[in-house]
Design a protein around this ligand. Sequence first.
Ligand code: ZN
Length: 440
Amino acid sequence: MRRAHKILSPREEAELPPRPVTKKGGLLLINAGEIATMAGHDRPRRGEQMKDLALIPEGAIYAMNGKIVEVGDSRMLERKYSGSSTVIDAEGDIVVPGFVDPHTHLVFAGSRENELELKLRGATYQEIAASGGGLLSTVAKTRAATTEELIGEASSRLRGMREEGTTTAEAKSGYALDSNGELKILAAIETLSERQPIHLVPTFLGAHAVPPEFEGKADAYIDLLVNEMLQLVARRTAARFCDVWVEQGYFSVEQARRLLLQAKLLGLTPKVHADELTACGGAELAGEMEAASADHLIHVSDGGLEAMKDAGTVAVLLPAASMSSRLPYADARKIITAGVPVAVGTDLNPGCWVESMQFVVSLAVHQLRMTPAEAVTAATINAAHAIGLAREVGSIEPGKSADFVVLDTDRLGHIGYRFGRNMAELVVKAGNVVVDRRAR
Ligand SMILES: [Zn+2]
């Protein structure tokens, strides 16, 4: 649905691809060297399952009305669907599902490049905050921005994400920390999801930090979240998840539990920013709350992993955040061995400005020591599970949204092995070509 008010400049409008249009006759992709379908599992992949890409050599995909109808042998499908109105010849290249980014703080105002040199000199979060920077400086700018301004800034980032092959993403609020501002961000996310190809799943992160007017009174801020903001979010927005940062100086396990219990009553599924800076019980709480995901997990305990495994909670690892904040990398090998399904995401935010899931896949391989197959699983089907969309996206299977990426390589092993160059040549979302870099 189009909103009545103007939300993008004409130049930005012109740069957006057309709204998805169903073409009579469907879309046929032929001659893929290999298709990593990720088909065959209903639950998030764990352990050895993360290495199974369910490959189809010399494959083809036929899609109609935005959905995948059939995936199989290229010569067979070429004969069967010869009347397709759009035919894409992959010329032996590798095809993967559209990337699913399960953790972004997409909507914010301004940028924080001025903090970089402080960070490089080893300044702590607290020192950066004392110099007028950090999360709360983004809160001040985001509170002052209009919905249109927020949409304009986020649109540019979404174009970057799409160019790199992301077709679905989670997007969190959390840079206003007051009722009107959080509703403004969630409205911006909904509008953005309608106006460009990447499908966005909104998450309410009112408990991202204690706002300045509640300094030293985190319990009182939780009261406001529980008694007022959650109700407004549940009634007036499409938010699907409620997230909270459990960390010293942010919110305690007890405060987060109070918030998430109320969120569940209102139909929002919990997520937790857990164990990023210290081991503080975030993963244990995520398991106890049956959260969809626990994210970061740099300092996760064995007990935390056990709780997540029992609850079916997905571990969302964010290696770009470790890189940009000069923190240790999460121990992905230990988490996979423990039987907890792993997904990866960008954590796109003003302190970790990365739009590319391909770059995150490379970090997962080179820094988290995941194999390329595990990293692709983590960036597609497991990421879809982490945001509750595994029935719609994350794999190339009949009935799912026709979301896939043709990569500029004929070798599967080049994914994650190579980095620093965008290999997404062609991006298809819901059966429509939304990026075509082969024509350039
Ligand atoms: Zn985050």
